[in-house]
Write a protein that binds this ligand. Structure first.
Ligand code: MN
Length: 299
C-alpha cells in the first residue's frame, strides 16, 4: 500500500523544488512571539493561521500575468521559539535570526506582536548597515516605553529608530498619545507621519517616493493599518483605516522608488476562530507584497 503526506506547512504550500532555501529569493521567518499585547490577545497564533490561509491563495497573479511565487521561490523557516521568560533575550534571538537569514534574500517576517519589528531592524542593521523604514499602522508606536517595558508593541518604532532603522515614514496613523504627537512635532528628522485622512487624500504619495528614493528600505506592516471592518482579527483595531488598494498602492510606490527593499514584516494578526477572511487577507497581502517587490528584477 502506498501513501502520501501533505506538504509541510510552508507559505503557499510550495513543493520542495520551489521552496528550498538555496533556490528561494524569499525567506519567511515566522515569529509567534507575544508578551506585551495590551488589549486583545492571540498574535502568537498569527503566523500559523497566516501560513494555513496562504495555502488557499492562488499562485496566479493577474497583475503580473503568471505565477510569480514559482519564479522567485519562497522558503519558509520553522517557527522561531523566542525565550518567553526574558524579553531582552527574546529580542536578541529575533535579531540574530534576522541577521543570519536576511543577506541576499528578501526577508519576510510574520508575527506576532509588533515589538518584534524593533529587533528585525536590529538584525537588518547588523546585516546591511543603515536603512529607512516605512510603517503602515493605525498606531504611532512611538512611546519610549509602555507599561514599564521598552519592548512593548506600543514602542516598536522607537526601537526601530534606536536600532538604526530611522528615519521612519508612517502611513495610516489614527491613534496616538499626547507624548507621541509631541515626538512627531519635535523630531521631524526621525519621523514623518501621514495620518489616515492624509492617506485617503493621497497626500503621502509624492513624499513617500522621495523618502525611499535610492535607499535601503524596511517595510513594516501592522495589519491594523487596515480598516477594522476589513481586518477585525487584531488586538487593537481602529476605524477609518486604509483600504486594500491604498495599502498595495503604497507598496508599489516603495517598490518603484526604493534602492532596495531589504525586508518586510506583517504583524499583529490575532486570528478569530471560525473566521477565515482576516487570515486569508493577511496571507494574500503577504504574497502580493512579495510579487510587487520582486517584479522587474528587484531585490
Ligand atoms: Mn498598530
Amino acid at each position: 500500500m502506498s501513501y502520501e503526506f501533505l506538504p509541510p506547512l510552508n507559505f503557499l504550500g510550495l513543493a520542495e523544488e520551489y521552496s528550498s532555501l538555496e533556490r528561494s529569493r524569499v525567506v519567511v521567518l515566522p515569529v509567534p512571539y507575544e508578551l506585551t499585547t495590551s488589549y486583545g490577545q492571540g498574535t502568537r497564533n498569527g503566523p500559523r493561521s497566516l501560513l494555513v490561509a496562504s495555502q488557499q491563495v492562488e499562485l496566479y497573479d493577474r497583475e503580473f500575468g503568471g505565477e510569480p511565487g514559482l519564479d522567485y521561490g519562497v522558503h519558509t523557516l520553522p517557527q522561531l521559539a523566542p525565550n518567553y521568560r526574558d524579553p531582552v533575550t527574546a529580542h536578541a534571538e529575533i535579531a540574530a535570526a534576522v541577521a543570519a537569514y536576511a543577506p541576499d534574500k528578501l526577508l519576510c517576517v510574520i508575527g506576532g506582536e509588533h515589538s518584534i519589528s524593533g529587533s528585525v531592524a536590529r538584525g537588518l542593521h547588523e546585516a546591511y548597515g543603515d536603512f529607512v523604514t516605512v510603517q503602515l499602522d493605525a498606531h504611532a508606536d512611538l512611546r519610549d516605553e509602555y507599561e514599564g517595558t521598552p519592548y512593548s508593541h506600543a514602542s516598536a518604532m522607537r526601537r526601530v529608530i534606536d536600532n538604526g532603522g530611522g528615519p521612519v515614514l508612517q502611513l495610516g496613523i489614527r491613534s496616538l498619545s499626547v507624548d507621541e504627537a509631541e515626538y512627531i512635532h519635535t523630531q521631524p528628522d526621525n519621523v514623518q507621519t501621514y495620518f489616515a485622512e492624509d492617506v485617503h487624500a493621497g497626500k503621502h504619495i509624492a513624499p513617500l517616493a522621495d523618502f525611499v528614493r535610492g535607499k535601503q528600505v524596511f517595510l513594516t506592516i501592522d495589519i491594523d493599518c487596515f480598516d477594522a471592518a476589513l481586518m477585525p482579527a487584531t488586538g487593537t483595531p481602529e476605524p477609518d483605516g486604509m483600504t486594500w488598494n491604498e495599502v498595495l498602492e503604497a507598496v508599489r510606490i516603495v517598490a518603484r522608488a526604493a534602492g532596495r527593499v531589504l525586508a518586510f514584516d506583517v504583524m499583529e494578526l490575532a486570528p478569530i476562530a471560525g473566521m477565515q477572511a482576516p487570515d486569508y487577507l493577511a496571507a494574500k497581502l503577504t504574497y502580493k507584497v512579495m510579487n510587487i517587490l520582486l517584479a522587474k528584477g528587484r531585490v
